[in-house]
Design a protein around this ligand. Structure first.
Ligand SMILES: NC(=O)c1ccc[n+]([C@@H]2O[C@H](COP(=O)([O-])OP(=O)(O)OC[C@H]3O[C@@H](n4cnc5c(N)ncnc54)[C@H](O)[C@@H]3O)[C@@H](O)[C@H]2O)c1
Length: 266
């Protein structure tokens, strides 16, 4: 049976993951796209993390290659797209997953310093734009493509750290711009807004801060309306799979919450 993204060439930025006990959004997305028939270029600043994802994909019989690149570098983004074209002749899917908050030293509007503000913008927002900047011309040439930019429900809620909050709102603006401007080229662009997730990126820094992982998990589970349980990287991956597949062929410019009803009414 054909996979849902059979024959497509995909780039997953941030396709490795923060070490931890569960699967991250980026790794799960790379694995699901590969399982459904895509050839996946797994891109990460940390090559060993990308290679770990590729290993899992290959063990499951999929096609993937690891590539080390930093979304802060325009040259790296240019090369990433070029490598995908070199390997598979096209780029059908661009999945922009890189994003950080506490790990970059984020803080409240009054506590943040200028260098940290710039650093967060460089990673969370400028990096997504740079990847789009180099992927879009190829998608135009080949007659279309799908872009998903990963934001956060922080964009729609009262979030304590200004860098993350502001860049994640920016991701929505960037994506809507692309959806509107390049619709004529059959390029779709959508946002995923993850809510409270049980992923290493969310759990590990907070567990380190409090010294009690179980308490962090229980407290976050309690805040999720649907089943009183956080989502997993797989929940984000399946939303991404739909948006990147031809099933979503008439869906562009939307921001899809994957948050267990936490954002109802927002
Ligand atoms: N995990 C959550 O709970 C949660 C909640 C809301 C939103 N999100 C969003 O989901 C995305 C990430 O989720 P995840 O679970 O995959 O995180 P993750 O930390 O497990 O994976 C992100 C990967 O990006 C890589 N990376 C970091 N900086 C990079 C750079 N400059 N260039 C290239 N690669 C870089 C990291 O090495 C890591 O492997 C982010 O956009 C985040 O804001 C996550």
């Amino acid at each position: 049976m054909a996979g849902r993204v059979d024959g497509k060439a995909a780039v997953v930025m941030g396709g490795g993951q923060t070490p931890g006990e569960t699967i991250g959004n980026g790794r799960a997305t790379a694995e699901v796209l590969a399982r459904e028939g895509a050839s996946v270029l797994v891109v990460d600043r940390e090559m060993d993390r990308a290679e770990e994802t590729v290993r899992a994909i290959k063990e499951a019989g999929g096609t993937a290659e690891a590539f080390a690149a930093d979304v802060r570098s325009e040259e790296d983004m240019r090369r990433t797209v070029a490598i995908c074209i070199e390997r598979w002749g096209r780029i059908d899917i661009l999945h922009n997953n890189v994003g950080m908050s506490l790990a970059l030293g984020d803080a409240s509007a009054t506590d943040l310093d200028v260098e940290t503000w710039d650093r967060i913008f460089e990673v969370n927002l400028r990096g997504m734009w740079l990847a789009c900047k180099w992927a879009i011309p190829e998608m135009q040439r080949q007659g279309g493509g799908s872009i998903v930019n990963v934001s956060s429900m922080a964009a729609r809620s009262n979030y304590p750290y200004v860098g993350y909050k502001t860049t994640k709102v920016g991701v929505v603006g960037l994506t809507e711009h692309i959806a509107g401007q390049y619709a004529k080229d059959n390029i779709r662009a959508n946002v995923i807004l993850p809510g409270l997730m049980n992923t290493p990126m969310a759990i590990e820094p907070r567990a380190q801060l409090t010294g009690d992982r179980q308490q962090v998990i229980e407290e976050r589970n309690a805040r999720v309306p649907l089943g009183k349980k956080m989502g997993s990287g797989w929940d984000i991956a399946y939303a991404a799979l739909y948006l990147h597949s031809d099933e979503a062929g008439f869906v562009s410019g939307v921001s899809l919450p994957v948050d267990g009803a936490a954002g109802v009414g927002r």
